[in-house]
Design a protein around this ligand. Structure first.
Ligand code: GLU
Length: 346
């Protein structure tokens, strides 16, 4: 009996070392870290860092900060903090490395990360899991209302902010401008929403790409100073994106009047934001975050009205990566069937 007990203890110790080794590696696409993905603080709460977006212009920042606030208010077990970041591409990489446990990212970018495409070339991030998709983020190409730029073709030869380095905006802008055949002809500038707003108002750049929920604070910070227009993406470019194998670019309309100066509807494409987590965040932690997310949408909507579009019944629309088991448990308890393709293989 005694001997077995001793062996059992040894087994637990060995298992512990093996498990620690697994989670400290950060998985494919991650950099080795010596810490586990999540740790408890002095009060015994799991410490979660949520990577969001660039700052006041960002809806990710608004929603992510409010999510952290609500988690801190409602959860006995989790202490959350939201931080600014370079947005989607940077966020997928941060989760890959275990620097962030939770983040928001565009669904097209999560797929590029998973597949090791474009900004993730040769470095797929297979530790990404999802809690669900959240809300649509239309591509909104902003010019001053008095600009002579009327079409995507008119961007040729102009100074265009294509997003911040590390943003999903920059990744999507490249796809759209390549499909329109003008990527090589634009003078590309990489700036955050905040920097770009200033550049556009001062006339230092001619146009700005944003991929963000509307009404976008990033665009309102321009439109309060100068009237703006949104450039439409025509059907043939949308068709081309689909033919190229990017089904996640869904046609949407930004209604006129959304921003000061916008007198006509604009046709564009939208991706969907996704709440992502590292696969090694414990199931009970992800379950709790999922529960707090869906239980507090009115609170989240105080940060940005687009939270009213977050809907548990549409959580798999546009989903490009597997769900986390902690989220799956929540969906199944709420009578939502989770298709096999969204169940992680490991
Ligand atoms: N979708 C944007 C990006 O990843 C960020 C939008 C936001 O910050 O709300 O570049």
């Amino acid at each position: 009996m005694k001997k077995w007990k001793g062996l059992g203890l040894l087994f637990v110790v060995v298992l512990g070392i093996v498990a620690a080794g697994c989670i400290s590696g950060g998985g494919t696409g991650g950099t080795a870290t010596s810490k586990p993905i999540v740790q408890k603080n002095d009060q015994g709460k799991w410490e979660i860092t949520i990577y969001t977006g660039s700052g006041p212009g960002s809806v990710y920042f608004a929603i992510g900060s409010m999510l952290a606030k609500v988690i801190n208010k409602k959860s006995k077990d989790i202490a959350a903090k939201a931080v600014t970041s370079g947005a989607s591409v940077a966020n997928c990489k941060a989760v890959g490395k275990g620097e962030a446990q939770v983040a928001i990212a565009q669904n097209d970018v999560t797929w590029y990360a998973w597949e090791g495409k474009f900004q993730f070339e040769g470095k797929p991030i297979k530790v990404l899991r999802a809690i669900g998709t959240l809300y649509p983020e239309p591509v909104q190409i902003v010019v001053r209302a008095d600009s002579d730029i009327k079409t995507l073709q008119d961007l040729a030869g102009k100074k265009v902010v294509v997003g911040a380095a590390g943003s999903g905006t920059a990744a999507t802008a490249e796809r759209v401008l390549k499909a329109a055949g003008v990527w090589d002809k634009v003078d590309k500038v990489y700036q955050t929403f905040e920097e770009a707003a200033q550049s556009l108002v001062l006339g230092q750049v001619d146009a700005e790409f944003t991929v963000i929920a509307y009404p976008a604070p990033a665009i309102n910070q321009i439109a309060v100073k100068v009237p703006v227009r949104i450039i439409s993406i025509p059907d043939d470019v949308i068709q081309k994106l689909h033919n190229q194998g990017y089904p996640f670019y869904v046609k949407v309309i930004i209604p006129k009047g959304t921003y000061n100066g916008m007198t006509e509807d604009a046709q564009t494409v939208a991706v969907k934001s996704t709440l992502i987590v590292h696969k090694d965040v414990p199931n009970e932690v992800v379950y709790e975050i999922t529960k707090i997310l869906y239980g507090n949408l009115d609170e989240l909507a105080k940060a940005h009205q687009v939270a009213h579009q977050i809907d548990i019944n549409h959580a798999f629309d546009g989903l490009m990566i597997p769900l986390h088991p902690g989220a799956i448990k929540y969906y199944e308890e709420h009578g939502i069937t989770v298709p096999d393709k969204f169940k992680p293989k490991e």
